[in-house]
Design a protein around this ligand. Structure first.
Ligand SMILES: NC(=O)c1ccc[n+]([C@@H]2O[C@H](COP(=O)([O-])OP(=O)(O)OC[C@H]3O[C@@H](n4cnc5c(N)ncnc54)[C@H](OP(=O)(O)O)[C@@H]3O)[C@@H](O)[C@H]2O)c1
Length: 282
């Protein structure tokens, strides 16, 4: 098995890498933090896998394409890397949240506030650049690599899972860019899955609820159904193996988010007005 995972240096990506690490597995893992990525690689090597770590920013389209091509042929690709932030203000006193955040390597940080929007421009662009463009920078080269691979006995050339979120189902005023980027990722994957399947490639959109990772550790609001990353990884890998086009869990939270998403936007905004929002990017 040859596998490629982005955002494998932490949280859910690390749990997925560990769950897949076994003798006979070749894992291509990426993240930006070299030290944490090497720790993840060591943990997977200890489980018997051959591991090839790569320090890489998913926003760098050319570098991502070169990495994915060099890793092929590939049985499973998981586009997991992501960032999250909301309208909950800055991490530090006097620092406008996300004001110095750039949309990617070589892209200058966009300064200045967007008065009244709740999210500064730098944060909005960083979230879309990472969670949407970064996902496409992973999946598009992976589709090209897999299209050139011979199909297995089951007719499948390869599998690709994109980690979106239950946030895709609800335009939450406390996290506009995160919800929008995940909604776009989920819709694109689900809509593309039928044509990909005809090419022998199985595409899955993964929509988890709350998972206990560094991403959720900063949240100061109740997180119903919060689950361990190992539990989430097991659910995801079962769904991917079964070829599900959308893997949304826990089901009751996914269903609740879908129902809330049907409410008129003004009513939804009123109902959520008092809820604490996720902090902005530091
Ligand atoms: N935790 C949850 O409750 C939850 C729920 C639904 C969906 N998700 C999604 O699950 C995915 C993983 O999140 P997590 O909770 O495991 O968060 P996490 O612990 O913060 O891990 C995020 C991972 O993404 C990587 N990453 C972020 N920006 C990157 C970039 N520009 N280039 C390359 N790698 C980048 C990080 O690598 P470095 O730190 O090394 O840069 C890290 O490995 C995300 O897509 C997230 O939106 C999480």
């Amino acid at each position: 098995m040859r596998l490629l995972i982005t955002g494998a240096s932490s949280g859910l990506g690390l749990a997925l890498a560990r769950a897949l690490a076994a003798p006979g597995a070749e894992l291509h893992l990426s993240g930006r933090d070299a030290a944490r990525l090497e720790q993840a690689a060591e943990a997977c090597r200890a489980l018997g896998a051959v591991v090839r770590p790569m320090v890489l920013d998913v926003r760098d389209a050319a570098a991502m394409a070169a990495w994915v091509r060099s890793a092929g042929p590939l049985d499973l690709v998981i586009a997991n890397a992501g960032i999250s932030a909301g309208t909950g203000g800055s991490a530090g006193p006097g620092v406008p949240a996300g004001s110095g955040v750039s949309a990617g390597p070589g892209v200058p940080a966009e300064s200045g506030a967007a008065p009244g929007l709740g999210e500064p421009p730098g944060q909005i662009r960083a979230i879309f650049a990472t969670n949407l463009d970064g996902m496409l920078n992973t999946v598009l080269p992976a589709l090209a690599v897999m299209a050139g691979q011979p199909p297995g006995a089951d007719g499948v050339r390869g599998r690709i899972a994109v980690v979106a979120s239950i946030a895709a189902f609800l335009a939450h005023p406390g996290a506009p860019s995160y919800c929008a980027a995940k909604a776009a990722a989920d819709a694109w994957v689900v809509a593309t899955a039928a044509s990909a399947r005809r090419q022998g490639i199985v595409l899955s959109s993964v929509c988890p609820g709350f998972v206990r990772t560094p991403m959720t550790a900063v949240n100061r609001f109740p997180m119903p159904g919060l689950m361990a990353p190992e539990h989430a990884a097991a659910i995801i890998l079962r769904g991917v193996a079964a070829g599900h086009r959308r893997i949304a869990f826990p089901w009751w939270l996914a269903g609740g988010a879908r129902l809330a998403g049907l409410l008129p936007p003004a009513l939804l905004a009123r109902l959520l007005a008092g809820a604490p929002a996720k902090p902005g990017l530091g």
